[in-house]
Ligand binder design. Structure first.
Ligand code: SAH
Length: 248
């Protein structure tokens, strides 16, 4: 059996960037997650980010920074949210959030059944009981009456263009909820194009939060969209269309 190297736990960086740090109970859970993902990754390609420093910064820290207000604001920290992670891949951002917020219910969705099966295995190894799984496409789940407009938060990281992600997320977000798109670079054109299509999906841009990753100084932008009115039944469009022909 190979042992996974120990993850860093730079409490000063957690504090300086997110005004938060993992409890003594949570840090070993992050270690377990890292070990389980790296082990499965030997047979199924879940992620290319596997060194301890990279995993810490690009998976753990990055997953958590997108929901920073819920970490640092005591009034938000105790809210029991329902969250969907659309196109979760190797479980990011969903799995670190399920660990850090045991009072949230996190649904991991991915179109690739094998990935979801692997995440079920990881979650069982970690005895996570607040995680649900959907091996389906966002375009299909978005039309399921029980799930449509039901989630407090819809999260997407590295799944497609901004407008594609908005079309996946808003049909699943409840009125008054938020969609949070984890993006890298961001441009004025991208922002204008998003603002132009959001009314059609029932969304309104709240803010774009620029963030720098704490070790390699990478560029991140969190695009936060409020769900302000019902999404028309025609969205999301048929499978494949939102990615092939994003709304303009
Ligand atoms: N969010 C993860 C994975 C990104 S890779 C991370 O940031 O590390 C993109 C993932 O989205 C892939 O696993 C792919 O299967 C999934 N995906 C792409 N389009 C999708 C769709 N329409 N519905 C559900 N999952 C989708």
């Amino acid at each position: 059996m190979t042992t996974t190297p120990t993850l860093p736990n730079p409490t000063d960086l957690w504090q300086a960037t997110l005004q938060w740090q993992p409890t003594d109970n949570l840090q070993p859970r992050f270690e377990q997650l890292y070990g389980a993902i790296v082990a499965i990754n030997q047979t199924l390609n879940l992620t290319r980010i596997t060194s301890p420093e990279d995993f810490w910064e690009k998976h753990l820290w990055d997953s958590l920074q997108g929901v920073a207000p819920w970490l640092s604001d005591p009034a938000l920290a105790t809210q029991p949210l329902t969250v969907v992670d659309i196109g979760t891949g190797g479980g990011f951002p969903g799995l670190p959030l399920a660990l850090a917020f045991p009072h949230w219910t996190v649904t991991l969705m991915d179109a690739t059944r094998k990935k979801i099966a692997a995440l079920q295995q990881v979650s069982a190894q970690l005895s996570l009981d607040n995680v649900h799984f959907l091996a389906e496409r966002a375009e299909q789940v978005g039309h399921q009456p029980v799930l449509r407009e039901s989630f407090d938060l819809a999260l997407l990281r590295a799944v497609g263009s901004t407008n594609t992600c908005a079309e996946y997320a808003l049909p699943l977000t409840r009125l008054g909820g938020q969609a949070i798109l984890y993006r890298g670079q961001w441009s004025a054109q991208e922002e204008d194009s998003l603002i132009a299509i959001l009314p059609r999906l029932g969304g309104q841009l709240r803010e774009v939060r620029a963030v720098t990753t704490p070790i390699t100084q990478g560029v991140r932008h969190n695009v936060i969209i409020d769900k302000t009115s019902r999404t028309p039944d025609k969205f999301p469009r048929l499978p494949g269309i939102p990615a092939k022909s994003p709304l303009v």
